[in-house]
Structures are given as structure tokens and as C-alpha cells.
Design a protein around this ligand. Sequence first.
Ligand SMILES: [Fe+2]
Ligand SMILES: [Fe+2]
Length: 356
Amino acid sequence: MASLSTFSTTVPLRVAARPQTYLFLAVRTYSGVAASTINSSCLARHHASPLTNTPKRLISSTPQPQIKEFFPPPANPAVKEVASAWSHPIYTEAQMNNVRVAHREATDWSDWVALGTVRFFRWGMDWVTGYKHPQPGQEISKKFKMTEQKWLTRFIFLESVAGVPGMVGGMLRHLRSLRRMKRDNGWIETLLEEAFNERMHLLTFLKLAEPGWFMRLMVLGAQGVFFNGFFLSYLISPRICHRFVGYLEEEAVLTYTRAIKELEDGHLPEWESLKAPEIAVNYWQMPEDQRTMKDLLLYIRADEAKHREVNHTLSNLDQAADPNPYQTEYQDLSKDHPTKGIDNLKATGWERKDIF
Ligand SMILES: [Fe+2]
Ligand SMILES: [Fe+2]
């Protein structure tokens, strides 16, 4: 069944030249992704929302506007589904709840280059979007309060960027293998799978909100700059680039942990009864009792923790000679080895420092 209702909201974006001014970026949010993904009480709340921009009369002679599917399934009647090459490993609830915000200490100058770049990007993103996280015990001002729509806008932008590094790394290693006529030792698959996984995060959020033209322009600009920057950087030092992605994923785990905490604390009421879209249920193979918005955020956070582990690990390796430990079959199965499943930092020899 088609989507049932929409509402619009605005998200502040700070203009560089005028520090206290905000651009307002329209994001249309689907409050009823599909009849099966939202319950009636939640729907009723959305109908009552002052943000609703379309008339919501229960009895009307005027046809209600229908939302078109943002990316509908193939229209060809002969096609039932388009299968993916990568099936997602199963995460248990306990494993996902065990994911922690963690940091790998920078140990040399190249780590500091990677960490410094990530910190600069984080600061820039927070500054441009007017984002502030309250310190423990501090009450955040209304201007900086995160709503469901602000979170979705942030997720969509960040996921559109997060899908770039794996594709660039995979592409360059593929070309290198062709050029040098040498095996790649299994890195390409993991990097392309990471890019695919990030794109699935993006597609999932796009079932919950549709970005406006300004947001699309921002994504276009960010992709143009980031793709080329990462491409050149990866040619110079793939090791620093994987470290950079490892630190970037530390930030992603932090971001999703904060969103989950806000949801648990009751600050995001519209998400409390919202169900995960069908695309997510199928991709993560979510059990029937684990299909809420909170579950979705737990799944995505666990993926980001996996990217954190994988990229920090790849950065520790000899980029030209070492096989990818995530694609390797080991002789001694009695030892702990890296796997494709939930993050397992112990197996990689990276002692994590939990932050909270
Ligand atoms: Fe992601
Ligand atoms: Fe990620």
C-alpha cells in the first residue's frame, strides 16, 4: 500500500559568512512509510501535527495527495525482486546492545593526520548545521534540540558521504590488480561490501524522509569534493586513508549512540512506535520482534562499529602484501580470528578504549 501521509519541517543550516544566520533546508518526512510499518496511534499523532502541510480531513470530496515511492520497485511485471550479491550477517540483540563508543589511540604522526582530519570534518559539520551536544547534566537550548527530522537529515547527508571511501578503495585496488597483473588478496570484496552497506543505510533512511533540492545540492557538492579528495589521498597513502575511515566510523558510532539515547529518553516521540521500513527488515533479516526504529538504529550502529574495526585493522596491515583477514580461511580454527559478523576488536589485536 502506498504511503499515507507526509509532513514538512525545516532544518537550520548556518551560513558561513553570517555566523548567527541559518538557511532553512526543507525535508519532507514520510510519517507513514507503508501501512504495515506504522501503527494507527502514531499515524493519528502525525495527522494532528502542526507541521502537517497538507489538509488532513477525515471525510473529504477532494482526493488526498498520494506520495510517490521515492525509489519504487521495478515496474516490469516479470521481475519479482532484484537480488543482492551480499547478504548481511545476522546480529543478535545482545551483540548490538554490547556495541560501545570506543577510540583507538593515535600512536604516530600518520594517525594524527587521520584523526586531525576527522576532527576538523566533525567540527565543520557541527558548525555548519548548528549542531551542539549537551555536556552531561547540561540542558541544551531549544535552538540546538534535535528532532526526528533533524536526525534524519543528518543521517542522510552522512550516509551519502560514508558510501564513498569503500568504493574508491575497492576501485583503486581493482585497477592496481589489473595494472600490475597481481592478485589483490581479498581486499576489494570487503571494501565494496562496505560501500554497499553504507548505501543500504542511505536507502533505508530515504524510506523515512525525502530530501529537498537544497539537500540534494549539498550531497552533490560533498560527493564531488570528497570523492576526488579521497581518491587522491588513497593514491598517496591507503594506510592513512583506512585509519581516517576508522576514526570517521568512531564518530558514526557516537552519533548513532546519541540518537538511540535520545530515543530511549523519550525525546523523539514520533519514533517510539515507528517500525523499520521493509527494505531494512529484508536486508538485516530482522526478527519479527526486533523491527522498531530503535532496533533499526541498533543495527546501523553495529554496522558502523564493524566498519570501525575493519578499517583500523586494514590500516595496521601491509597494504601491498597482506591478505584481507576478513576474507581469509585460517588453518588453526581454535584461535580467535577476524570475522564478518559483529565487531570483535579482540580478534584484531586492537585494544579498544571504551568511552561509555
Ligand atoms: Fe552508515
Ligand atoms: Fe560506516
